[in-house]
Ligand binder design. Structure first.
Ligand SMILES: [Zn+2]
Length: 93
């Protein structure tokens, strides 16, 4: 029983989501799947492939399908203002 109509699958160096019917155990390696980012890709169901980064387009689309707003993740590195470039010293009288 799955809550969402889509499934994730690694393909072409990223983890994509697809609405295609998924066989038990997941899309097998070599299976052609239509991804949410509108591509026809070949699934790569290997342990290593699951460590790939999520396709941003599929991520957005998957969240839309699930009715979940995409959370603003703290992935964006905060710029630290701690002395990145030293301020020019104004000549002190
Ligand atoms: Zn994708």
């Amino acid at each position: 029983m799955s809550v969402h109509p889509f499934h994730w699958t690694p393909a072409q160096g990223q983890r994509h989501a697809s609405l295609d019917t998924r066989p038990g155990g997941g899309y097998p390696t070599g299976m052609s799947v239509k991804t949410l980012c509108n591509q026809q890709l070949t699934a790569e169901n290997t342990d290593l492939a699951w460590l790939w980064l999520t396709c941003p387009d599929c991520d957005v689309e998957a969240h839309r399908l699930a009715g979940v707003p995409l959370i603003n993740e703290p992935a964006e590195p905060e710029r630290r203002s701690s002395g990145r470039h030293a301020r020019k010293r104004s000549s002190v009288p």
